[in-house]
Design a protein around this ligand. Structure first.
Ligand SMILES: Cc1cc2nc3c(=O)[nH]c(=O)nc-3n(C[C@H](O)[C@H](O)[C@H](O)COP(=O)(O)OP(=O)(O)OC[C@H]3O[C@@H](n4cnc5c(N)ncnc54)[C@H](O)[C@@H]3O)c2cc1C
Length: 368
């Protein structure tokens, strides 16, 4: 069954309540394993990481939930690195990408014709569902960067455009992790490793070689690149007016990253505004399907207005007004009184630049 993503709040909560961390731990690495499909809700801030963890811990022990919490911590790690590094994450973070020969997007991704069935199937499904399994994300990223020698930047934004869970921190930093610019080495997988986790077994492909040879391959299937030309169709947000048309004593400012229907920072009625940052979605374009998903999620927040504008317009409009917003690393320059960030491990003040060092610190608080 292809994954689907309901947008009604009650259905989202039901999805969380059906998570079985034991089945998850056993099979999450398989393309057809029991993954949760909750990333679009975490990305858009409908639910927080601690909320998800606590809903699982109501039914399962920490021991049973260990792998699941470990994976949630990856998301927290990326968000916190983004908070600390800000726009520096959009450039090679730890070391320069090696062996770059191409820019843009492999045409074989656009047409889903790389010749590697697991990857072509994953791209075909991305185009129809907006979702790709974590392992397939790793394989296609290594194929583009370490085998096809493309710079990670355009091709990562290409995938982001289609993802229903496209997240600036998780996507960018995962691509950088695979490409070796935010890790100690490039990630590679040969056909044998792909076959192990994929329902389709394939032999005699260009990836059917020893892993040590993968970065020196230059397969003809990946030679042709196309420029990155995707754009966001802002009209599809069906803006309800401009900022100046809003009225009220106080304002609750929502972003595409903070669509939490339960957030309530003020006790009195406030005007609710979902502000679409034109500059952000110009740099990181999103598909019409993603826009429809965001607009549908915003319907969980009664009487919300949708306004498209620039950050400068937002800042100018906010002067002298009581404006509240949730915390998110993408919103550091937004105006407003900010709610405290919701972390799994708020005790950790400084985030090391490697996930396993971060996780070691987290583990100290896991069983408290
Ligand atoms: C190249 C690449 C790009 C990626 N881009 C995104 C992205 O744009 N948005 C996004 O949310 N995730 C991204 N990921 C991380 C991961 O693939 C997805 O979070 C996961 O596949 C979402 O499906 P799920 O909710 O069924 O995950 P599950 O396996 O069920 O995991 C539950 C939750 O844990 C978190 N999680 C699990 N694995 C990871 C991981 N490796 N890194 C970070 N968080 C994780 C996610 O929030 C996920 O929703 C990317 C990974 C790679 C390798």
């Amino acid at each position: 069954m292809p994954p689907s993503f309901p947008t009604e709040y009650q259905k989202i909560i039901e999805r969380l309540e059906s998570i079985n961390p034991v089945h998850y731990a056993r099979s999450r690495n398989n393309i057809d394993g029991a993954v949760t499909h909750i990333s679009p809700y975490l990305t858009h801030g409908v639910v927080s990481l601690p909320y998800v963890r606590d809903s699982v811990l109501k039914k399962y022990s920490v021991k049973e939930s260990y792998t699941f919490i470990f994976e949630l911590a990856w998301r927290e790690f990326f968000q916190r690195v983004y908070t600390e590094e800000q726009d520096r994450i959009f450039k090679d973070l730890k070391s320069p990408q090696t062996g770059v020969r191409r820019y843009g997007v492999p045409k074989a991704f656009v047409d889903a014709t790389t010749g590697i069935i697991a990857i072509d199937t994953a791209y075909a499904s991305l185009y129809t569902t907006g979702y790709m399994h974590n392992h397939a994300r790793m394989w296609q990223a290594m194929l583009a960067t370490n085998v096809g020698h493309y710079s990670w930047w355009d091709v990562s934004r290409y995938m982001f455009y289609y993802l229903v869970d496209g997240d600036k921190a998780s996507n960018t930093l995962s691509w950088q992790w695979v490409a070796g610019t935010f890790s100690s080495k490039q990630y590679v997988a040969n056909q044998e490793m792909i076959n192990k986790f994929s329902p389709v077994r394939q032999n005699n492909t260009y990836l059917d070689v020893d892993t040590s040879l993968l970065t020196v391959l230059d397969p003809k299937e990946l030679e042709e690149g196309v420029p990155f030309t995707l754009t966001t169709d802002f009209e599809l947000f069906k803006s309800t007016g401009t900022l100046d048309m809003l009225s009220g004593d106080s304002y609750m400012l929502y972003s595409i990253w903070t669509l939490d229907p339960t957030w309530n920072p003020v006790n009195t009625p406030a005007t609710k505004v979902l502000f679409i940052d034109r500059d952000e979605l110009t740099m990181f374009p999103v598909s019409p399907a993603r826009i429809a998903f965001i607009c549908a999620l915003s319907k969980n927040i009664p009487s919300i207005h949708i306004v498209v504008g620039t950050l400068d317009e937002l800042k100018e409009w906010s002067i002298g007004k009581s404006v509240y917003r949730k915390s998110h690393p993408a919103l550091e320059r937004w105006p407003g009184v900010v709610s405290s960030p919701e972390y799994l491990f708020p005790e950790i003040a400084h985030v090391p630049r490697g996930f396993m060092s971060y996780w070691k610190k987290c583990e100290a608080y896991l069983y408290l």
